[in-house]
Design a protein. Structure first.
Length: 160
């Protein structure tokens, strides 16, 4: 791929970051590495020994079942992205573009970039803003929050 000399480095960097979450499978792989660095763990009973991935034809992407408590879950369980019809890769692209909700961006621009409705982009921005405000107030840090800490906190159990 040849880059024109008029294309700026931040634009190329953003395009590379967006490509990191190009599809659902890569988004869920990223979330699994972020949420469970030591292996998949049930969010309800905290068991890791009896957790298996569901690979059926009608199951969702990255669906797991804990055979200790007999409950299904996914990597979106308990996050800001749960109970949302927006795919995980679009959520992660929004988090990347807004730097975890700390970088101001208008919903119109997000709607155009992610190819979602304006109402969906507004809802996503509200959720990300609330999560980043809660993270900044509860973190105890005096300085600005970094992308990795905000993204990690957004992906953890935060109220919607």
């Amino acid at each position: 791929m040849q880059v024109s000399r008029f294309e700026s480095k931040p634009l190329r960097k953003a395009r590379d970051g967006m490509a990191m979450f190009a599809d659902e499978a890569s988004a869920h792989r990223f979330l699994e590495r972020l949420l469970w660095p030591d292996g998949v763990r049930c969010p309800r009973c905290r068991s890791s020994a009896r957790v298996r991935k569901l690979n059926g034809a009608s199951t969702r992407v990255a669906a797991y079942k804990c055979y200790a408590c007999r409950k299904p879950f996914s990597s979106l369980h308990g996050t800001v992205m749960s109970s949302s019809h927006v795919p995980a890769h679009k959520w992660l692209q929004a988090i990347y573009l807004t730097e975890g909700g700390t970088r101001p961006m208008r919903p119109y621009h997000l709607h155009r970039i992610l190819n979602v409705s304006f109402k969906t982009a507004s809802s996503m921005m509200k959720r990300l803003g609330r999560a980043s405000a809660q993270t900044a107030s509860g973190s105890g840090n005096k300085g600005p929050a970094t992308r990795s800490t905000v993204t990690l906190a957004i992906c953890r159990n935060l109220p919607r």
